[in-house]
Design a protein around this ligand. Sequence first.
Ligand code: ZN
Ligand code: ZN
Length: 376
Amino acid sequence: MTDAASSTGAEDAGPEPAASPGDEREDISPEPATSSADELEDAGPEPVTSSADERETTPSEPADASPGPGGAPAGSPDPSPESAVVAEPSDAFQALGHEVRMEILEAMLERVDGEGQDRASFSELFEASSPETSAGFAYHLDELVGPYLRKTDDGYAFTYAGEKIARAVAAGAYTRRASSPSIGIDDPCPFCGADGLRAAAADNVVSIGCGDCERTLLRMGFPPTGFEAHSDRLPEAFDRHHRHRISLLRDGVCPECAGAVDGRLDDPTAAVADDLPEELDDHVQAAFDCRECGYDLWCPVTLAVLEHPDVVAFYRDHDREVRDRPIWNVGREWTETVLTREPAAVRVAVELDAEILELYVDGAASVVGSRRVDAE
Ligand SMILES: [Zn+2]
Ligand SMILES: [Zn+2]
């Protein structure tokens, strides 16, 4: 079936994101493909997305992992990298537990940004510290060396963990909570067609929902800095941020930790299923799980293929850009059809100017084939 939008449900933190159903109510668009039985579901107009849960968790371990021992020669068949745990998380975070140490990391970040500078001297860091905290400065600086800073002949440099922590703090990930009044979005609701879509933020999580049918289409975390930086264009920034995260997941790389991601086609979560129109009761979604950090996300299958090269090329050949379609309403030209359930397979089709692009998605949520056909 097709699906279209999604809704999420999960409102809370649950691990589950949202999902979306689609609606179909009028399917306006001629339906592309078809397979018999399934067709009845047509397309829904637009999918939407889902979310993930995002609570920003603390990094699991700041320790940096060193790449393996001396590199393997090119062509070596088994260059497996190694990583080692160099500190317990509690010890690593304890090293940050003083105002002076956080000031030092902030001062480092200012020094290393721009102009290729990647070192700061003791005196530069000391001068950047506030007078009332300069007592004990050398001791605190020393406590950061190892997990967060490296001491070199040319001064201090960030370790990978030090830079990650400093940037996360600068972004307010651990210290700021962003909320905003809801703002209207120009696109129509994929479920009911009303012009009532609104985006609102609470506790760093952005929700896009319909004021008319009251469905939540999407719900995902967004870094606090993003709210301030894009206040008047928040929906667009949110769209860009998440469509690329979904693309990364589809490509097997976790957007949180770069770990390996497993994809699958699965039933929507209960919350999402409740929001789906009846015609979509056999709707399936793309689900992605990171093997390393546990990050997971469910979304309509359409969103999982949105940035696929064949889709990008198809839109271009019709003088359009798929990136102009927001993830909460990709347009009524999209339809999804469940071809089989065991193993799961879905055909996602998009029609432009009487030409249809069909993408075949397997049980691992991967595109295994595509073809273009003329619309009847
Ligand atoms: Zn609606
Ligand atoms: Zn991960």
